[in-house]
Design a protein around this ligand. Structure first.
Ligand code: HEM
Length: 333
């Protein structure tokens, strides 16, 4: 039975953002990386902000045409962008909840890699690119909205250590030795590979459609500009992103400043999680039903390993094998 290392940091307790920040001061950025990232992103940061920062990271990923083509093939972002975004955020919430000291982290990494296997594979360099964006995009996003010191160095270090642990469980090779190496690597990678692709453009339109759902109907036309205001200028052309009116940019910065200035009094609750905010399947979702759902019956790779009735399981260590899934995966996948 899973036991959280610091259940008090997930308790139903209301406090101000400033008090929540103080809790981080007593935690270790490596050992307590999941706890710090939980407080930093799930508790202190409004869910829509976190969602936007990660949407921006995802969109940056698709400025690499090969990445855009792989995501396009999966088609989830074209047909059901809201479900895809919600499932992604839920996966990340579960990664925070279980953290690097639990066997469940490996099960989550196995399931994510099963999805990548099912969409016909995702190369190591591309995964490294996304991994780096997970580590660093929240800092870039806040900085570009005028909040360079929104996160402390301890929070950056914790995000780095958490995602390093996740990337290692996913089998990603060549992970950086320090947080400081991540941004230069990403910029050089994007300088070399970033380009416009029709798939990238189409996916970004899907993301905007998904994001529109957070706006009341008469204001939905603002979804594209608001989402794009958080996107690095270098990525906007590649994705044919809508123009950001000066007023929208100013309004976003104003909201960000208010979020920052109200920290001494703004109430938050330690029990806030992305699982609670975004899950389509409650607080304890079956991860085999989350995310991209593959038609295994018509995939010869599955048939070759075992007949449908026998079941399959996928792990990073062994790939596709006959047998039943682990408890978090649900039975039989
Ligand atoms: C550390 C790197 C990465 C992480 C942590 C990650 C995480 C995830 C997660 C949590 C999902 C489940 C969401 C869902 O299916 O709704 C997912 C799905 C997917 N990922 Fe990744 N991913 C990474 C890298 C990549 C890269 C580099 C590509 C493309 C080249 C990619 C392509 C996909 C596709 C196509 C899906 C299925 C989306 C659909 O439903 O169509 N991922 N990934």
């Amino acid at each position: 039975m899973f036991q959280q290392r610091h259940p008090e940091l997930w308790a139903n307790r209301t406090l101000t953002v400033r008090q929540a920040r103080r809790l981080i001061d007593d935690l270790d950025p490596e050992q307590d990386c999941a706890e710090i990232t939980h407080i930093s992103l799930e508790v202190m940061t409004p869910p829509l902000f976190s969602h936007m920062a990660y949407t921006s990271g995802f969109a940056r990923g698709t400025t690499h045409p090969a990445e855009a083509r792989a995501v396009h093939r999966g088609a989830g972002y074209l047909h059901a962008p809201v479900n895809r975004d919600r499932d992604t955020m839920t996966f990340f919430g579960l990664l925070h909840r279980y953290g690097p000291h639990s066997p469940e982290l490996q099960e989550l990494a196995d399931r994510i890699q099963q999805i990548h296997h099912d969409v016909r594979g995702v190369g190591n360099q591309l995964q490294l690119h996304i991994l780096g964006l997970m580590m660093y995009e929240p800092e870039r996003w806040a900085r570009d909205l005028g909040l360079p010191d929104y996160f402390t160095d301890r929070e950056h270090q914790a995000r780095y250590h958490l995602w390093k642990a996740i990337g290692t469980r996913m089998g990603i090779r060549g992970i950086w030795d320090s947080y400081g190496e991540v941004e230069p690597w990403i910029l050089a990678f994007e300088e070399k590979h970033g380009a416009r692709s029709s798939e990238g453009v189409e996916i970004y339109r899907g993301q905007i459609r998904g994001f529109e759902k957070y706006f009341p109907r008469p204001l939905r036309f603002l979804a594209g500009p608001v989402l794009t205001a958080g996107l690095p200028v270098s990525a906007r052309d590649h994705l044919d992103a809508p123009r950001v009116p000066v007023l929208v940019d100013k309004a976003m910065r104003a909201v960000a400043t208010v979020v920052r200035l109200t920290e001494p009094v703004r109430p938050v609750n330690l029990s806030s999680t992305w699982v609670r905010d975004f899950s389509r399947m409650g607080d304890d979702p079956d991860i085999s039903r989350m995310g991209y759902q593959h038609d295994t019956s018509s995939d010869p790779r599955y048939a070759k390993v075992a007949a449908a009735g026998e079941g399959h399981r996928f792990t990073v260590a062994e790939g596709l094998q006959p047998g039943r899934g682990c408890p978090m995966h649900g039975a039989g996948m």
